[in-house]
Design a protein around this ligand. Structure first.
Ligand code: ZN
Ligand code: ZN
Length: 248
């Protein structure tokens, strides 16, 4: 018996119709923006949310987006008590490291014990967690619609597909919606879609290299003006979930 997850039929259909290189990238950019906005809102005034931000915090990429989010007051509150929690966890290791003034080996060991706590502290990200919940629902919806809606299947299989990063996520999460022959057929279909579209992008990228030759100066771009960027993002994706608090 499969778990029933909430379907996101409307955003997924809208995403497919937008005709981008990976509509999961577009949907996840929205999910990321929403999650950043949430942690820069009045939500962080509530004690339960602050216990979460103090305990888990954010990955370095999402710390960066918070810092650049243009909301000083909520971020200052989050950081103030996050620093308190840091002190609680690190003070004794830091003081011990400061106290090692004579023996290089002991000093190095004590410093590295302090940085081990820092590295542990950097693990887990609440924004990544919120993004992952959405990613799971979007991928579940794609797999479910592919099985149940022949118009969707036809449109998806004729589309530009997904980036490599989100193709992997889609196949991993498809197991929640599909099994047996359906699942195998979905894997095969999505990987064939990926192969076809990687070739298309490489061809676009190649045409850009040709356009820089003087003999092709006056030939049309054929929509390849941004092929080098599409070549990059088709591989790595955009708005990646980096380190959610709860791993699935
Ligand atoms: Zn993507
Ligand atoms: Zn993150």
């Amino acid at each position: 018996m499969k778990v029933q997850l909430q379907l996101e039929t409307i955003p997924v259909w809208d995403g497919l119709k937008e005709g981008s290189e990976c509509f999961l990238c577009s949907l996840m950019k929205g999910a990321e923006a929403d999650a950043v906005r949430y942690y820069l809102s009045s939500a962080v005034m509530t004690p339960e949310i602050r216990v979460e931000t103090n305990t888990y915090g954010f990955c370095s990429h999402h710390m960066h987006l918070l810092a650049e989010g243009g909301k000083p007051q909520p971020l200052a509150l989050v950081m103030d008590t996050y620093y308190d929690e840091n002190k609680r966890l690190m003070a004794s290791a830091l003081d011990k490291a400061i106290g090692e003034r004579r023996n290089a080996r002991k000093a190095e060991k004590a410093a590295s014990a302090f940085f081990d706590i820092i590295h542990e502290r950097e693990k887990g990200c609440l924004i990544c967690s919120r993004m992952e919940e959405r990613l799971i629902r979007y991928c579940y919806t794609v797999a479910s619609l592919w099985r149940d809606d022949s118009d969707f299947r036809t449109a998806l299989e004729a589309s530009k597909g997904f980036c490599v990063h989100h193709t992997e996520a889609l196949l991993r999460i498809a197991k929640e919606a599909l099994s047996g022959e359906d699942l195998a057929s979905f894997y095969s279909s999505m990987l064939a879609l990926l192969k076809k579209n990687l070739d298309r992008i490489q061809h676009d990228d190649w045409w850009m290299t040709q356009k820089y030759k003087s003999e092709n100066k006056d030939k049309p771009w054929n929509g390849c003006e941004d092929a080098q960027k599409r070549a990059v993002y088709k591989l790595i994706g955009e708005a990646r979930v980096i380190d959610p608090v709860k791993k699935r």
